[in-house]
Design a protein around this ligand. Sequence first.
Ligand code: IPM
Ligand code: MG
Length: 352
Amino acid sequence: MKKRVCVLPGDGIGPEIVAEAVKVLDALALPLEYEYALLGGAAIDATGEPYPEATREAARRADAVLLGAVGGPKWDELPRAQRPERGLLGIRKDLGLFANLRPAVLFPELASASTLKPEVVSGLDIVIVRELTGDIYFGEPRGIEVRDGERVGFNTMIYRESEIRRIGRVAFETARRRGKKLCSVDKMNVLETTQLWRDVMNELAPEYPDVTLTHMLVDNAAMQLVRAPKQFDVIVTGNMFGDILSDEAAMLTGSIGMLPSASLDEQGKGLYEPCHGSAPDIAGQGVANPLATILSAAMMLRHSFGWEDAAARIERAVRTVLAQGLRTRDIFEPGTRLVGTAEMGDAVVAAL
Ligand code: IPM
Ligand code: MG
């Protein structure tokens, strides 16, 4: 039985990096079939909508979705509901992809590519579990309107306890399979939503006696991530805080160009995408780092298909090319060899 992968190259560097990930998957000769569809700006240009019906259908019938990135200045002036980002939020919500796993692992070869001291980041291996379909990203009411003669912008930060509980379970289970430490991040000193968040996490804790649960306020967590990131194992937090902290965590590893992610629904169906964006400034130049997308494909094999061996082979191959000294521009340092997007993909294939 072949697994069906919906491939969404997206915008900017998306098509280039996705092509390398598909190249790596093809080299493993796995029982996969691909269905390509449009998302984001590419979809807006072709159909007028960022998440068109044809893409919705392809994504729904697929066993997993592999995504490049969406967005770019070309579409920034469009009304909010028609922007590429709305396509990304739309597919996350439509497929019920509430659990976003963002592992930040520092490859030893890249220790000096981080802006932090090597001793602070060497050996770093953490996972941010970000809730992805709730919070202020989706809360209603929202908008910009005129009140008493001036414009007012407003959004709603809201979580139901069932939403908190299901992401909490994913986080506890992730921690259980790793270092058994879970840090829940909130802002309970100010925000009621996150008081509920903390209460629900505490209620879950007795079901996971092997996992140590701690809590941290988000401002402190942002500071601790750069002060002493290795104190963390698994971090669980809401959509907004998770968006911010995961970019910060990405940078600890040297480049956001290295970080994969998985966004899972309740059945384990997932969407896999690099944490970085579409980088319109370097699109089409063949210089983008494809490793985050290649590592996202490995996460797809592991989380959606249960093909652990193939996933581990890809991860080992990435480690090998880094050890060989190959570097795209974002992780380049003197003494290493500068390569382009396709050359990096070819090297990973060779290392398989
Ligand atoms: C991310 C991105 C998205 C988000 C944007 C592009 C809508 O920053 O995946 O982290 O905020 O979730
Ligand atoms: Mg983000």
